[in-house]
Design a protein around this ligand. Sequence first.
Ligand SMILES: NC(=O)c1ccc[n+]([C@@H]2O[C@H](COP(=O)([O-])OP(=O)(O)OC[C@H]3O[C@@H](n4cnc5c(N)ncnc54)[C@H](OP(=O)(O)O)[C@@H]3O)[C@@H](O)[C@H]2O)c1
Length: 303
Amino acid sequence: MAPAFRSRPFTSMAQTFISLNDGNKAPWLGFGTGTALFGKDAAESVSTAIQTGIRHLDGAQAYVNEDSLGKGIKASGIPRSELYVVTKLRETVPAGTTPKSALQESLKKLGLDYVDLYLIHSPFKAAQEGKLKEWWASMEETKNEGLAKSIGVSNFYVDHLKTILEDAKIVPAANQIELHPYILKAAQPTLDFCKERDIVIESYGGLTPVARVPGGPVDPVITAIAERLSKETGTVVNSGQVLSKWLLQKGIIVITTSSKVSRIQEALAVSSLPDLTVEEIKSIENEGSKLHKRIFMKHVFNE
Ligand SMILES: NC(=O)c1ccc[n+]([C@@H]2O[C@H](COP(=O)([O-])OP(=O)(O)OC[C@H]3O[C@@H](n4cnc5c(N)ncnc54)[C@H](OP(=O)(O)O)[C@@H]3O)[C@@H](O)[C@H]2O)c1
């Protein structure tokens, strides 16, 4: 029988978390240092995000800025124990290195003893080389040795997950994928498989309908919901917040980023907004299914 699905959001000490299958918990909202901050000094943005209330930082070896992520964490003045820090294994692991040795390098750059979550960033090269299981075994070592509190994957689809699960001793805690209404239909088999195995989904690209594909079919629906929530709360609620609320209500961790304090504040406010109704969720998903848009990893899917 499939294990109970545990990724329901819960609130503790005024913060909303998502439970992971290994007993750990992750703050529902992560601040990303890829996309807009890729290859850039992220220290100031990270420090500002933490001071604004962010506790979950999403980094990666491929973003070439782990050292500045570490500086931003230190500059924030918030104790390490209150932060949730993520990094991801680069897409290729050069000869003589392993996912574990790559994490040890990352920890030096970050200036940390451990990360809260270590993800395989992308399965595609490893799958081509037949190395997915070998990589996962090394990921498991990082958890067993306390270098990573939790381990997981990113951009994994059902076949990649099935491959590592054949020999896995530890089930991935999370799978970080592109997720917004315009890719929900394509992602559904992965979402279903992850739900069965109690693997939490983390979304990136969640603001695509407002930030990258405005004017699409979900616009009227999310605008109407934002108006309903604005009236009900007496504050201005926008369409981006509605998209994040939709993800959170599905038990999904939201990874976003912003250069603006006001947008970080808006994102943080989402967890305390009233819930979307079942009908509102259905309309977002029905309208979203009318358009397919993939923004990231298009080359892999020939799109
Ligand atoms: N695992 C992976 O392969 C992968 C891939 C992609 C991303 N990620 C992670 O996810 C993080 C977030 O990714 P994302 O950028 O795709 O997140 P997102 O939440 O979809 O988009 C955030 C971006 O949208 C802009 N934005 C927000 N509201 C807007 C509006 N109303 N109009 C126009 N622009 C608006 C923000 O710009 P402002 O600065 O103006 O607010 C920001 O640059 C990355 O930093 C990275 O950590 C992971």
